[in-house]
Design a protein around this ligand. Sequence first.
Ligand code: NAD
Length: 248
Amino acid sequence: MQLVSFSDAARAIAGAQKVVAVTGAGASVESGIPDFRSAGGLWERYPIEEFATIHAFLRDPDRVWKLWHELGQQLLSVEPNAGHLALAELERLGRLDAVITQNIDNLHQRAGNTRVVEYHGNARRLICMSCGRLEPLEFDTIAPAAPRCACGGVQKPDVVFFGEMIPHEAMNEAEALAQTADAVLIVGTSAQVYPAAGLPYTAKEHGATVIECNVERTDFTDTITDFFLEGPAGHMLPRLVQEVSRLL
Ligand code: NAD
């Protein structure tokens, strides 16, 4: 791994046939959504084991919906940040084929990326636990208790809780992208949550150049990262994309 100038990383992206971004909670921190590890974040008041596991949801859906009610109010007011907008610009430049995101906040889609693999689902949808029907989740009208489907079943946010499988379609699409990308841009993910954390390793095994942007080093940094952009995504990605556009 080299600590690099933007031009080295930009050259790898500009020269690649297929570029894929793999993003995590850090990509949305500058939009005001805390990641799992920030002090004072939602997750300190709502411990993951009690609120983000499928077992907790099935045991007491109304209790778990208190978290989603609060998260929903937060998501109503957030906007894509400069990092999201830079990734959308990279797609417009023809240098980003897809974003695989672990985030459930819909911000890459709102920023303008058109191919977003929702690896952990999307908090703007509901899924019925009985009939599987999907419908939009309107955060401005949501109540702090589990909503019910027309069939009477309990509805869950259409996101992957701990203990649930990744949706097959997203898993297959992400795996195929990782195997065929020749440059991977990892943004704001701690490399701790599997199977998502395995995607950059797969890409590297298939010959991809790995560019990583994070405010701190991760397990990727000293193992597979070729170019490490150390700093907040909202600062680093616009500079990277500006450099890519200069090279095209
Ligand atoms: P994580 O919380 O484990 O790690 C976040 C990473 O982002 C850390 O490595 C941190 O150093 C880095 N980071 C923080 N601020 C950054 C910034 N401004 N720029 C660049 N990097 C920054 O998150 P994870 O790896 O995505 O895994 C956690 C799980 O939590 C995921 O499954 C995700 O679905 C879920 N989650 C999603 C959201 C969201 O949708 N916005 C928010 C919190 C958690």
